[in-house]
Design a protein around this ligand. Structure first.
Ligand code: GTP
Ligand code: MG
Length: 433
């Protein structure tokens, strides 16, 4: 295998590299390749910091942002010719949702996991107590939610410091992130962690930008917007597209988006996730601080040692996950409230069709209509079709098609019982003379 200095790879630690069964010269090449990209990013960041922000430098800054986004994507790409595996924390998905605990070392992630799930995870006052991913299960509202305790991450995690990249990869695979912060430490930690997660394409508590973007084969670039744009203009977009070597595309801005939003849309690999900021250790700070922290957006204050506010944390987590429990009701019987079908918008959708598919793939074609009781119904029971969107705690009874429903009745039947091939039909007895 020949690897030039530009080879991209996603191994995180130098130790990972040393454990590879590659020749020393090859390892050296890969290492230099990665360092090359990180250095290039640093150089561009330095140039951006030096450049004054004004109308004249706007286009230049936009181009630099696009360059950084491209390099970051390169950094995340698996090495050519490999399966992209590497040494990650593989934990099988279990339950109806997955929640990852992300935070600096020694903020109380393992203590929280032990409290919420009953699964023991080593907790100690020294940093980096946890070295791998430890899963636990929260039983909440008739559902099972997988909670993952992860090693602490530090600044520079997105570039591979510590085991940062593996940790962030697990965070990406989860449904929501609980960012655990130490209430007694600097508030800057929240920004640092958010920046680290943003650097690898995670967007916390944001919705995808309302920009339509489609690459084309010919026809040049068509640029349109449904409202006046204050952050970008046509020329800036052209320059960014030029940076990506895109010369034919259709673009429609449906909101007053920023340059970063536009780059996110071009890159197309961003993950938009909900995040709850959990301030732990409120037992060691004053009541004023607790009050201030609890008023920050998407924040919950807790204390693991005193078991304060944990029920609030669970209910907040539940709300953010948006799980929809649907109970089934067999015809003529009471609903089965013990075992709900759990749906969610992120995992396949919440329509009646998704509900049927959840029970069995072949069910949808047999459904005539469903009867729905609950918040989503206008009156009880409501006759609904497959496209009806269900809400949490709805009760559903499926009414199946009957034989006669398929092909009409009596002489309107679309298919008779007669055999399809004429040769198979029985001849009528000849009329008597
Ligand atoms: N005062 C106080 N200390 C706490 C609280 N929760 C946890 N701790 C302490 O914080 C220290 C670190 O807790 P851990 O649960 O190991 O923290 P961690 O985030 O898992 O740390 P790493 O695994 O190293 O990343 C332990 O000594 C805990 O006793 C709390 O609510 N209040
Ligand atoms: Mg831990």
């Amino acid at each position: 295998m020949k690897a030039g200095p530009e080879t991209h790879f996603n191994f995180n630690l130098l130790t990972d590299l040393l454990s590879l069964s590659l020749s020393p010269s090859c390892r050296d090449c890969i290492f230099r390749g990665k360092m090359g990209i990180i250095e290039k990013i640093k150089e561009i960041e330095f140039e951006m910091a030096r450049t004054q922000k004004n109308k004249a430098t706007e286009y230049h800054l936009g181009q630099l942002k696009a360059k950084i986004a491209k390099l970051r994507t390169q950094l995340l790409e698996p090495p050519k010719g490999s399966s992209g595996g590497g040494d990650g924390f593989e934990v099988t998905k279990f339950g109806h949702g997955r929640v990852a605990l992300i935070g600096f070392p020694s903020v109380g992630k393992s203590t929280l996991l032990t409290l919420l799930t009953g699964t023991h995870s080593e907790a100690a006052s020294y940093e980096f107590t946890t070295l791998t991913c430890i899963p636990g299960i929260i039983h909440y509202n008739d559902t099972k939610i997988q909670l993952l305790d992860l090693p602490g991450i530090i600044e520079g995690a997105s570039e591979g410091k510590g085991r940062g990249r593996q940790v962030i990869a697990v965070a990406k695979s989860s449904d929501i992130v609980l960012m655990v912060l130490d209430a007694s430490k600097s508030e800057g930690h929240r920004q640092i962690l958010t920046k680290e997660l943003e650097a690898v394409g995670l967007r916390l508590n944001k919705r995808p930008p309302q920009i339509y973007f489609k690459k084309k084969k010919t026809g040049g670039i068509s640029f349109n917007s449904t409202m006046p744009l204050t952050h970008v203009d046509e020329k800036l977009c052209y320059q960014i597209l030029h940076e990506y070597k895109i010369h034919n595309a259709e673009i429609l801005f449906r909101e007053d988006a920023t340059v970063d939003d536009f780059i996110d849309v071009i890159e197309g690999n961003r993950k938009y996730m909900k995040c709850v900021y959990v301030y732990n250790k409120i037992d060691v700070v004053g009541i004023d601080d607790v009050d201030r922290l609890s008023r920050q957006p998407n924040s919950v204050v807790i204390s693991c040692n005193l078991k304060l506010n944990l029920d609030r944390l669970l209910s907040r987590m539940w709300d953010e996950m948006g799980l929809v429990r649907v109970y089934t009701k067999p015809q003529g019987q009471q609903p089965d409230f013990s075992d709900p079908v759990v749906l969610s918008a992120d995992r396949g959708g919440c329509s009646v069709e998704d509900f049927c598919n959840h029970i069995h793939r072949s069910l949808v074609k047999d459904v005539k209509y469903v009867l729905v009781w609950g918040i989503s119904a206008r009156h009880y029971p409501q006759h609904c079709g497959l496209s009806h969107v269900l809400r949490d705690e709805d009760v559903v009874q499926i009414v199946k098609k009957k034989e006669t429903d398929e092909g009409g009745r009596g002489r309107f039947k679309s298919h008779s019982d007669a055999p399809a091939r004429i040769s198979d039909r029985q001849k009528k007895a000849p009329l008597k003379q």
